[in-house]
Design a protein around this ligand. Structure first.
Ligand SMILES: Cc1cc2nc3c(=O)[nH]c(=O)nc-3n(C[C@H](O)[C@H](O)[C@H](O)COP(=O)(O)OP(=O)(O)OC[C@H]3O[C@@H](n4cnc5c(N)ncnc54)[C@H](O)[C@@H]3O)c2cc1C
Length: 404
């Protein structure tokens, strides 16, 4: 049926101008692909790994924000709009403005959705002074102020079960705060409780050992196989449910720093791109080639893709390389042969000057960036310097332009 809405066609259409979208667009452009368009509603681009440093009081908000237009790779166009639907049969997407955009190839990377409503009481509690998070910039700033003001009482840090962007990142402001409280001589007066969903603190044995050592050093009370099932912001209590058969308990807090439950964006989950057999509804791609299993001109990467790795920006450094190589090959009439190896990373800031740099594959085996240096995972100043100072520079100057 003819439409009076504006319509356009592009060779490569990218949904989402975040970490994955801009860096894959930059790589494709550098490989000679033309007519690449990114659809992105935001005018500001964030470097999220530093949110945890802001929350821990060791970075400033101004360091993590840049103008979206300024970081969009040269030679790549930007449509400032949001995608509301995808019709892979017609190779077209619908935008919030009502326009339709058709494509030869589509790359889907709109990130993950934060479900603040998924825990009863959490959405209301997060607007009270005692509840914060490092998962948005505003809340990271709030966390920093909140934790700096604590001198006694109970502080709860909580990670939800299920998929997450840099799962476990809630621990990072916790260790930084503990180091700060220890330096001020108040750590002994503060009961710090860490609530994690799994049977161990993280799940990679070598990483667990390092984190457990720091947990013991700071005197943190670790509650494994546990989740926050309810928050009462007015009474300042959380209900902690157990998955190991033990009874749920209610805990009073003076501060609560919480990672929200996360899931595939609702509008994306409603499309036919999601795996019909997977209730999590991320985009069904081959986890090695990153090409859609049913629609060969659709690709996905990053937090919105149903890959097997731990979702992180570090994973994207490898994913963007593989996807750009494979898509360029297909555009040139060749078979896509590059394979993503499932690498993921979570740099745990375990003090105000050291990091446990957890790098591992999708079978939770260590995968250090420096080959064979398994000890790289140990608490180090070197990896803190890398994570705090080198990687942000690399992100803004190289990664977003598709150069690293
Ligand atoms: C607190 C925190 C700490 C982290 N720490 C680390 C770390 O230390 N190391 C690490 O490697 N990773 C870390 N990560 C993870 C890393 O930031 C993500 O894995 C990465 O940003 C995912 O990239 P993405 O492109 O998939 O999604 P994003 O970077 O989230 O980008 C998605 C983009 O899509 C846009 N979008 C959303 N909906 C639509 C739509 N309908 N239409 C068009 N565009 C849309 C969004 O506005 C956004 O710009 C952290 C994440 C968080 C939240």
């Amino acid at each position: 049926m003819p439409s009076d809405r504006p319509s356009s066609f592009h060779r490569v259409l990218v949904i989402g101008g975040g970490n994955g979208g801009l860096s894959v667009a930059g790589r494709l452009r550098r490989q000679g692909v033309t007519d690449i368009v990114v659809v992105e509603p935001r005018t500001e681009h964030f470097y999220k790994p530093l949110f945890s440093y802001i929350a821990g009081g060791t970075a400033r908000a101004a360091e993590v924000v840049r103008d979206q237009g300024a970081v969009t790779p040269k030679g790549v166009s930007w449509i400032r709009d949001a995608v509301t639907g995808i019709d892979p049969e017609a190779s077209s997407v619908t935008l919030a403005s009502g326009a339709t955009v058709r494509y030869e190839h589509l790359i889907v990377c709109p990130g993950i959705q934060q479900d603040w409503d998924a825990v009863p009481g959490l959405a209301e509690a997060v607007s009270t002074p005692e509840v914060a998070s490092n998962y948005t910039l505003d809340l990271a700033v709030k966390t920093s102020r909140l934790l700096q003001g604590v001198t006694r009482g109970t502080v709860v840090f909580a990670q939800p079960p299920g998929p997450a962007s840099c799962a476990g990142a809630i621990q990072k402001p916790m260790y930084q705060a503990c180091a700060y409280w220890r330096a001020r001589g108040v750590l002994d007066d503060i009961r710090v409780v860490l609530v994690v969903p799994d049977a161990t603190v993280y799940g990679v044995p070598e990483v667990d050992r390092e984190l457990e050592r720091k947990i013991a050093e700071y005197g943190i009370e670790l509650s494994t196989a546990s989740t926050v099932a309810e928050v009462d912001g007015a009474a300042r209590t959380v209900l902690i449910a157990r998955s190991d058969g033990r009874r749920a308990r209610r805990l009073e807090y003076d501060a609560l720093v919480i990672e929200p439950p996360q899931s595939a964006p609702d509008w994306l989950a409603a499309t036919t791109l999601a795996d019909p057999g997977d209730e999590r509804r991320f985009v069904e791609v081959d986890p090695r080639t990153l090409r859609h299993r049913r629609y060969p001109n659709v690709w996905a990467l990053g937090d919105a893709a149903a890959t097997t790795n731990s979702k992180s920006g570090g994973a994207l450094r490898k994913q963007t390389m593989v996807l750009a190589k494979n898509l360029t090959a297909v555009l040139r009439g060749r078979r896509p042969s590059a394979q993503y190896d499932g690498y993921g990373v979570c740099p745990f800031t375990v003090s105000r000057s050291t990091v446990v740099f957890a790098e591992f594959d999708d079978e939770l085996r260590l995968q250090p960036s420096v080959p064979f240096w398994r000890g790289l995972v140990r608490e180090r100043r070197l990896t803190w310097f890398l994570d705090r100072h080198v990687l942000p520079w690399v992100y803004w100057n190289l990664i977003l332009q598709g150069r690293a």
